[in-house]
Design a protein around this ligand. Structure first.
Ligand code: GAR
Length: 198
């Protein structure tokens, strides 16, 4: 049974779907840590309510990015995860840190990579006039929102979409895609999933 750590910064709706999958047996893994870099992340209480070990590591307590990443690394070493899932973890990680966990760390990003790396992906998708948008789960490397693509899920963009309506549609697909990818990885398969509402 694989050991999974989940890093969050916010409400943790993707985290909850991963915990659901592990609890229901769809994902052959056990959650060993949910860690947030923000004290007010709503996901921490939700994880604790499910008896998952939690830790808050406020990045504001660290003067340098490298110092935060060193503390994050120590926390992960203690938890001994086989796989680390970034789920709405809104911190750029240093290359020194990503190198230590490369091949064992995945991220969900709210766009069809390589389009729209970074922030405000839904607004940028609307401004670009794309007809199809979605989300990607990929391996984490030193480059932001880059690395091997393990799965994508698509949604149609309609003329009445706003960044908010588009975000909501994509989030539905994130909640399908992320557990499906993690399930494959925990079964020692290299996923290349294509899901979607288009
Ligand atoms: C999700 O939409 C995720 O794709 C995005 O943050 C949201 C977190 O929601 N991640 C990023 O933008 C990463 N740069 P959640 O806390 O409810 O899972």
């Amino acid at each position: 049974v694989k050991r999974v750590a989940i890093l969050i910064s916010g409400g943790g709706s993707n985290m909850l779907r991963l915990l659901d999958g592990m609890r229901d047996g769809a994902i052959d893994a056990q959650p060993v840590l949910v860690l947030s870099n923000k004290v007010d992340a709503g996901g921490i209480a939700k994880a604790a309510a499910r008896d998952v070990p939690t830790k808050v590591l406020p990045h504001v307590d660290y003067a340098k990015r490298e110092d935060f990443d060193a503390a994050l690394h120590d926390a992960l070493i203690d938890a001994r995860p086989d796989i680390i899932c970034l789920a709405g973890f809104m911190r750029i990680l240093t290359p020194g840190f990503t190198a230590k966990w490369e091949g064992r760390m995945i991220n969900i990003h709210p766009s069809l990579l390589p389009l729209f790396r970074g922030l405000h992906t839904h607004r940028r998708a609307i401004e670009a006039g794309v007809a199809v948008h979605g989300c990607t789960v990929h391996g984490v490397t030193a480059e932001l929102d880059d690395g091997p693509i393990y799965g994508q899920a698509t949604v149609p963009v309609t003329p009445d979409d706003t960044p908010e309506t588009l975000a909501a549609k994509v989030l539905v697909q994130e909640h399908r895609l992320y557990p499906a990818v993690l399930s494959e990885l925990c079964a020692d398969r290299v996923p290349r999933l294509s899901l979607g509402a288009v």
